[in-house]
Design a protein around this ligand. Structure first.
Ligand SMILES: [Mg+2]
Length: 264
């Protein structure tokens, strides 16, 4: 059984020097608030500034690791463009801009799509989201339909073993590839500008746990945002506490940089 994580206040920020840390951040529930409609989610301006300041201080070693498609993250970060792992590791844009996409079987996704769209037609408020290599069934507007959503997930995977089911907050994903968020972080850590740095990862959902688990092996620093059992070493009580802490860290980096520049 995993130990209860330590409070985020116990994390000594001097362990996170910007020149020796590789920052990985989940997006929804970690940087941006949830919305009934995932397409309507916006990144608050302060968080955009925080990311920009972090990326500057860390020489670009800041990546978003999300269940969303890369194109979706780009749209929300605009005009900021960061390295991104999208669709839980199925696609990835490296620090040098090169994009990697897993080759995926289309037939099982098409079958899942037809079944999910059928369910959504029966139950207005259910939302079927198409992503490269994955289809997400959102039931945030109809939480009482969770049992039906789980049942369709069970029967779909039974018929199509190539599909993997991921459960998140008010969402079930039907994913056509095996890659995970942890695989994406591992790939980033082999490349510039992340290579040789200590990884840092913050996330709020069950799909972030595989990264938290790997962090032990990588001697990284992991933060779970919000309640729930976790393998992370630290916990922020909620998204606002985490965002405030991250903004403070970015401020601290900037001040250090300014005072270093003043001394030079
Ligand atoms: Mg999240």
């Amino acid at each position: 059984m995993a130990e209860e994580p330590r409070p985020l206040d116990d994390l000594d920020p001097s362990l996170l020097g910007p020149e020796r840390t590789a920052f990985f951040l989940d997006f929804d529930g970690t940087l941006a608030d949830f919305n009934e409609d995932p397409a309507a989610v916006v990144l608050p301006e302060r968080e955009r500034r925080t990311l920009s300041a972090l990326a500057k201080a860390a020489d670009g070693a800041v990546a978003i690791v999300s269940g969303r498609a890369i194109a979706d993250i780009d749209r929300m970060l605009d005009p900021l463009a960061l390295p991104v792992a999208g669709v839980h590791g199925l696609e990835r844009r490296a620090g040098n801009g090169k994009v990697f996409r897993a080759a995926l079987p289309e037939a099982p996704l098409a079958a899942a799509r037809a079944r999910l769209q059928g369910l959504a037609r029966l139950h207005p408020g259910l939302l079927v989201e198409e992503k490269p290599g994955s289809i997400a069934l959102h039931f945030r507007r109809r939480p009482e339909l969770e049992p039906q959503c789980l049942e369709i997930a069970r029967s779909t995977v039974e018929a199509h073993e190539e599909l993997q089911i991921l459960r998140g907050k008010m969402v079930i994903e039907f994913k056509a590839g095996r890659a995970t968020k942890a695989d994406a972080v591992a790939a980033f850590l082999k490349e510039e500008p992340f290579r040789g740095r200590r990884p840092f990862f913050a996330g709020d959902d069950s799909t972030d746990e595989d990264v938290f688990t790997k962090m032990l092996e990588w001697k990284g620093i992991s933060i779970k945002v919000g309640p729930g059992a976790t393998a992370a070493a630290y916990r922020a009580p909620g998204i606002d506490a985490f965002r405030g802490w991250l903004a403070g860290l970015a401020r601290r980096f900037n001040e250090t940089e300014r005072s270093t520049a003043a001394r030079a």
